[in-house]
Design a protein around this ligand. Structure first.
Ligand SMILES: [Zn+2]
Ligand SMILES: [Zn+2]
Ligand SMILES: [Zn+2]
Length: 176
């Protein structure tokens, strides 16, 4: 059985929901309505979300869902291969879509928290080459480039010139 959206149109995220249901069953967990809500909102949101971010998005639709449930569900989504953990250097863990989303790396603005996604076949190939050279078998990687985005360079070139290591503050998708 598939969950239809409100308008009764074609089921959305059918494949993702099926993967999650199978994972839940395999893990011997119960199917819960709260997890469904969390999954739905996660899939709808194309962004880098911390568990707090997702919690606040879920709160707008279902106030009975607690933070711990959101956190645990994100862990399950990651194990099921639907989500992927990303870290941007601000000490927090963010989650983004993984299933049928091509590999990419990130540039993070340390001033405004903007995150730019990029992919370079050349960089990827060079990383493999380097691993080869050291007899290293890579399983996954995340390349993170920290710096200032175009806007922030224009806004305050004075801060950039100070040489101080700025703290990373990733911009939240909630309340911005
Ligand atoms: Zn990469
Ligand atoms: Zn910026
Ligand atoms: Zn990303």
């Amino acid at each position: 059985m598939y969950i239809l959206d409100m308008a009764g149109k074609k089921p959305k995220f059918q494949k993702e929901k099926q993967i999650f249901t199978e994972y839940i069953q395999k893990s011997g967990l119960r199917h819960t309505a709260q997890r469904d809500v969390i999954l739905e909102i996660f899939l709808r949101t194309e962004a880098h979300l911390s568990s707090e971010d997702l919690y606040w998005l879920v709160q707008k639709e279902d106030q009975s869902v607690g933070h711990t449930t959101v956190y645990r569900t994100l862990k399950l989504l990651t194990e099921a291969g639907l989500a992927r953990e990303v870290r941007f250097g601000d000490g927090k863990t963010y989650y983004e879509h993984h299933y049928e989303h091509a590999h990419h790396d990130h540039m993070i603005c340390t001033e405004c928290g903007k995150v730019i996604e990029f992919f370079s076949a050349e960089i990827e190939a060079l990383q493999d080459e380097m691993a080869d050279k050291f007899g290293f078998k890579p399983t996954h990687h995340s390349l993170r480039i920290l710096g200032l985005c175009e806007d922030c360079q224009k806004r305050d070139s004075a801060t950039a010139a100070s040489g101080a290591q700025p703290r990373v503050r990733v911009r939240s998708v909630v309340g911005n």
